[in-house]
Design a protein around this ligand. Sequence first.
Ligand code: SAH
Ligand code: MG
Length: 187
Amino acid sequence: MFNELKEYAKKNNVPIIKDDSLDVLLSLIKDNNVKSILELGTAIGYSSLSMASLNIPITTIERNEIMYNEAIKNITKYGFSDLVEVVFMDALEYTPNKSYDLIFIDAAKAQNIKFVERFTPFLNKGGLIVIDNINFHGLKSTDTGISKNLRSMLKKIEAFKEYIMNNPLFDTYFLNVGDGLSISRLK
Ligand code: SAH
Ligand code: MG
């Protein structure tokens, strides 16, 4: 579904979720009877629309105006405006007015600890936090020949994995699909 959006993403280098990760995400939603979703990082609305296709309402946050406009355009075009609410804001400034069954975090990769800390109070008990791109193309902060910026980001992703694995509020596991998924259940 949404092949047109996939094509657009490829052409314009928009990093949308990989097929196998999306399959896992959709299965988690079905198997856990998820009824409400918060997403951080909308981009062009591809993952939002894919999840909303299961007939589940989503609030999704995007801080980039070009992406936000593109997402609104796509969500309107496919007729999902009633199910998908796009908020134009930095996710670290957003305060939800309800709690969710699933939070999908797919925004700035260096901020994942902050996102989890900020949004855990808005996750229902037994709810899931799923985070994309925790493998970051298989790169490691100890690799040679990478830029300082990239090394710093890889360190942050590695620190995040430590943090979430050792967070006593959650049961967490990592899946080696797509670009790596972290899946945490609030105890
Ligand atoms: N979830 C999308 C892809 C998102 S790409 C999909 O799979 O289809 C990551 C997006 O997160 C980018 O559009 C970027 O602008 C946005 N983003 C990064 N940090 C953010 C933040 N702090 N708040 C809101 N959006 C953010
Ligand atoms: Mg992603």
